[in-house]
Design a protein around this ligand. Structure first.
Ligand SMILES: Nc1ncnc2c1ncn2[C@@H]1O[C@H](COP(=O)(O)OP(=O)(O)OP(=O)(O)O)[C@@H](O)[C@H]1O
Length: 460
């Protein structure tokens, strides 16, 4: 902890300095406000002892300035007998505490120890939040993900309610948590309610809580999720699967912010931001009478759509490398790599389970393979089969679409070469001599190409 003492009396400065250095802190002093400000411009101090009366500046104004430019720095005012009231007043404007002259050694140590605990808590919280932000970073640089990120940044600090839609595993919960972390409610709770996992009878007590004796087995009062999420974010996951009767009850609560615990009369008020998510098309569900239209309009203030992975294939390499690194780290393994052929196959695959499927497959491969490089051999059979059958049917289509893939020339040439060779081999029933002759290349060179592009996997 680094401390600055600003006082025009040198013996006050040196007394505080020696007490603090004896306790193991780093302390410097300045004999005027301006000298102090100069030091603050060049170094970061955690705590400042500031005289309330300085010849070149009024201490309370000084406090305002320090808090304006260095809001993280804690200020302890030093006051003489005559201005104790002013010192008390400064607490209102952000001073942490005040010291009275003549100085008490014990009090200085007490204040600084308390502050140290507070700063430790603050930095732990900051670190915790930083780690969470890293955990919920949205990986991807494709155009849809760029747009998603900019929308999230824009709406997160507002309190507007959000409805996130998208297929399973696209990252809806990930997005909801990120919005919470970037919001003003991030110091409060993020409470998840999975509307499909809980049977509808249990759902009510889960959401609203219950009083002791409300039903058999209710031995004690239980606080519901809506109550425990007060001042925070409530995440209603799979809202499209919520029981229609419960939808009516939820709507009432969302409109008034009030509810009672099951079996109770006390009206509870809770103030929260609602973020909902669903993989269903709620407008269709409304037409089918499965979802209430009024609830839909209530929760859908800001719609956010998370596109499926197959519509943002450019993100696959980045996500793949990110998940490889992540699962190597969590499993205590050396960071592995992925070879080009396998990455090509990942790029081709349609990923029906989206980002979750990619993440799970990578984790499985990382744990199961002993090699440093993940190759086609490590990939699950169904991906390979899917790839092979796709290719058997679609080689020509693949060649036609090469120009739309935004590859650079080298990559496009390679891709064309791969499919052209594959097509020739298929046409020549995998006779390598005939294929080589047709292609006008040596047999050995064709064998090399078959190996480089892992073309063997496409043989019946
Ligand atoms: N862009 C991304 N960057 C990093 N990780 C991601 C990204 N998108 C999703 N994930 C991760 O993929 C997994 C699945 O995401 P998530 O659970 O948020 O999906 P979901 O859409 O809520 O799924 P479901 O509809 O099945 O509930 C999670 O582990 C999540 O952290």
């Amino acid at each position: 902890m680094k401390i600055l003492i600003i006082d025009d009396e040198i013996n006050i400065c040196t007394t505080i300095q020696s007490i603090l250095t004896d306790e193991g802190y780093e302390a410097e002093y300045a004999l005027s406000f301006n000298e102090g400000m100069k030091k603050l411009k060049h170094e970061i101090f955690d705590v400042i002892f500031l005289d309330i009366w300085l010849p070149d500046h009024d201490g309370s104004e000084g406090l305002h300035k320090i808090k304006k430019y260095f809001p993280e720095t804690e200020v302890i005012m030093i006051s003489g007998h005559g201005n104790i009231e002013n010192a008390v007043e400064t607490i209102k404007y952000g001073a942490y505490d005040y010291l009275e002259k003549p100085l008490s050694l014990d009090r200085i140590i007490l204040i600084i120890k308390h502050l140290e605990d507070k700063l430790k808590l603050k930095s732990d919280l900051k670190e915790y939040k930083f780690n969470l932000l890293k955990k919920y970073e949205l990986i991807g640089t494709s155009e849809p993900v760029k747009q998603l990120k900019s929308r999230i940044e824009k709406i997160a600090p507002t309190n507007a309610w959000v409805l996130i839609t998208g297929e399973n595993g696209t990252g809806k919960e990930h997005v909801a948590r990120l919005i919470h972390l970037l919001s003003k409610k991030s110091n409060n709770k993020f409470v998840e309610i999975n509307c499909s996992a809980i049977p509808s009878e249990l759902m009510e007590s889960e959401m609203f809580g219950y009083e002791k004796g409300a039903f058999t087995g209710a031995a004690n009062r239980k606080i519901g999720k809506l109550e425990s999420g007060n001042k925070g974010t409530i995440f209603l996951d799979e809202i499209g699967d919520m029981d229609i009767n419960l939808q009516a009850k939820l709507l009432r609560v969302l409109e008034t912010g009030e509810f009672t615990r099951v079996g109770g009369n006390e009206v509870i008020r809770s103030d929260f931001r609602i973020i909902s998510a669903t993989n269903k098309d709620l407008e269709k569900e409304i037409d089918r009478n499965n979802f209430r239209e009024d609830l839909y309009y209530r929760i859908n203030v800001i719609p956010i759509y998370v596109p499926p992975l197959r519509k943002r294939k450019d993100d696959i390499p980045l996500l793949t490398n990110y998940f490889i690194k992540e699962s190597c780290q969590t499993n205590g393994l050396q960071i592995k790599k992925i070879d080009k052929n396998l990455m090509d196959i990942f790029m081709e695959y349609t990923w029906p389970g989206n980002v979750r499927q990619l993440k799970n497959i990578i984790e499985r491969m990382v744990v199961l393979t002993e090699n440093d490089i993940l190759t086609v051999k490590d990939a699950p059979e169904f991906i390979m089969k899917n790839f092979a059958s796709n290719n058997k049917k679609d080689v020509e289509k693949e060649m036609e679409t090469i120009i739309y893939r935004n590859d650079n020339l080298k990559k496009a040439k390679e891709r064309f070469e791969k499919y052209y060779i594959l097509k020739t081999l298929q046409n020549k029933k995998w006779n390598v001599s005939q294929s080589a002759k047709y292609l006008g290349i040596e047999r050995t060179y064709l064998h090399k190409k078959i190996k480089d592009y892992s073309l063997d996997q496409f043989r019946d």
